[in-house]
Design a protein around this ligand. Sequence first.
Ligand SMILES: Cc1cc2nc3c(=O)[nH]c(=O)nc-3n(C[C@H](O)[C@H](O)[C@H](O)COP(=O)(O)O)c2cc1C
Length: 445
Amino acid sequence: MAPLTDVGEYGRAAEMYAWDRNELRKKISKLIKKANDAGVAEGSRSPRFEKHSNSCIRRLGGGYFFEWVHACRTSCETCYYYKLFYVRIMALPAHRRVAAPMVGCSDLAFRLLCRRYGADLTYTEMLYADRFVGDEEYRQTYFLSQISSADRPLVVQFGGNDAPTLVAAALLAQPHCDAVDLNLGCPQKRACEGLYGAYLADREHWPRVFAIVRALVDALAVPVFCKIRLQPTLAETVRFARGLQAAGCGLLAVHGRQRGSATRRRAGPADLSAVRAIKHALRIPVLTNGNVRRASDIEAALRRTRADGAMVAEPLLRNPSILQHGAADRPSLRHRLLLLLEYLELAAAHPPPELQYARHHLSWGLGRDGAGARLRYKHVAQLVDAPALREALTAATSLHQLREVVTELVQRLDDAEAARVSVHEEAARSVGTRAFWCGGVVVFE
Ligand SMILES: Cc1cc2nc3c(=O)[nH]c(=O)nc-3n(C[C@H](O)[C@H](O)[C@H](O)COP(=O)(O)O)c2cc1C
């Protein structure tokens, strides 16, 4: 029987949660000693005792899972769960600044780019649990080809409504990730038809959701996370969130909007006060999601909600460096273009499942706005017509050709800046001073 190991690595998480490291060490050492004395193997499984395991989590904070299972052979008046027989300790991955799951956009190259610029936790796009289990090609294309040891800690997100299928999918993903997430927030028509995402979170399905989470928690060695939207009332959202926590959910990401309609999925501001209330009501870590438009909004959202981390989606597509500490609220066009080239370089080394992923990144990064005849790319509107650019993006059949599109834009930007300088130089000459280009502005001596 392998004894439980050293407590060293748990100190890292103590720092993460600003707990007293020595205090935590002492507590964990004591627990480990007890478990070792009782001859309990690490990772062994036993039935859950909800009430008791909750009280353990409260005593030690949200980052650890202490699952103690008791088979008390002595009778204890005050507490049936008197003797500690088994303890399982697991540190959650860092989750202060989180790249959200995004279908068609969370490819490995993009996640690696986000990591370079401040993301300390990334999610895969939502994967369909049934296809993941039954279709090897799907699993290979959308998951196995999209993982790397450089992209950890990683959360794998699944959509589905059948516990055995979700468990089977999660068990296949488990060796390659640090947590598994259940999507309870997708509002799309497909999710309605397939009964997953936000539709599975309707009141009538709660017992089923809790059973799924419990089944995942019991089957997996990695933590189980959930991502939700708001229920029709705050009281219901809190009840739902508490139910998920009781079922064993280890971290809850809260998109502070209700389901809305399939076409108005992110309309209106997110309700960060609701996120704050949920955080207050739970013991497990909570991620706030929504209302980040610029870099400075991230810390503001964290302060406002007191959440453990901020999850960002669409703004990250517009600016993949937004999670970086001290990132500019209004990045320059050159910075945006260089980020796109950096993405394409990563994509050449780690090709996305389809070229469309790269097209999406270019389109978002260039400031895509509107659709159809009203589509424009606002960041490069002064360099190129929207229809021409759209055609160039659509016509590209390789990463190389997409790279040529961006390189051409960089060239046009250089030309435009050079032309601006020469106009100003001309003006300066006419008034007898010298002009030079400095950080994007023309300076006259
Ligand atoms: C292109 C795109 C794809 C998305 N795909 C997913 C997904 O696969 N799973 C999920 O839970 N949410 C998905 N979302 C929702 C986001 O994760 C996030 O909850 C939502 O966009 C609100 O965050 P934001 O205001 O930072 O964009 C997606 C959002 C976008 C823009």
